[in-house]
Design a binder for this molecule. Sequence first.
Ligand code: ATP
Length: 224
Amino acid sequence: MNDTDRIKKPESTIPVQTLRRIPYYHQILSDLEQKGERFVSSKYLAHFFRVDDTQVRKDVSVIGYKGKPKSGYSVSGLKQAIGDFLGINTENTAILIGAGKLGSALVEYPGLNEYGLKTVAVFDKDPKKLDRKIGAFTVQPLEKLAEIVQSFDVGIAIITVPKEAAQAICDLVVKQNIKAIWNFAPTQLSAPADVTIRNENMAVGLALLSHYLKKRTAESAIFS
Ligand code: ATP
């Protein structure tokens, strides 16, 4: 593993694969909690990821949870610890820019709330969309951005505008001192180093899936 595979933390380094698994642990633990389960073994958690239980125990120690793996981890205790680690036990305030089909679906999706994401406003530049309702929100013009970001202390901007408009919107939110951007536009955005951008590029996901499918079809043609 080289340095680029690790996220630097002051006291240690965290492997990226561990970081990727952590939100999934949270999901699994939520499901178990809903089923009324109180304890979970590292072996049970391991079987979701093609890793062994030792790896799960390592991941849990990265989170800083001091459970007793022999008798099983407390489902609620570990879930709470992961939530604290990810910062989703405290509410994050978000705005969404681009009230099209994808933006509207995201705003109306209740699952984001479960991860501590609270959308406070929706913006668009199309005059036909302004004053329309999406879920509980009235679509606002971009001129209102600064005022709303300040009054709600917004931490995250969700970008769902077309790719041609995305960089300008990114620059606009960076100017408002927003430090986290969740970008759904299929383009790479650039921002200062203290701004974290998470790209949800569906085209890339689909291209990878399509590539694997093509490979499998070619292999089965060879072996059949
Ligand atoms: P619809 O057909 O309802 O417009 P869509 O999802 O097909 O939906 P897109 O072209 O993907 O529309 O655009 C997404 C949204 O982003 C639209 O509501 C559009 O008005 C908005 N938008 C485009 N450019 C900007 C911009 N510069 N600033 C803010 N919003 C923008």
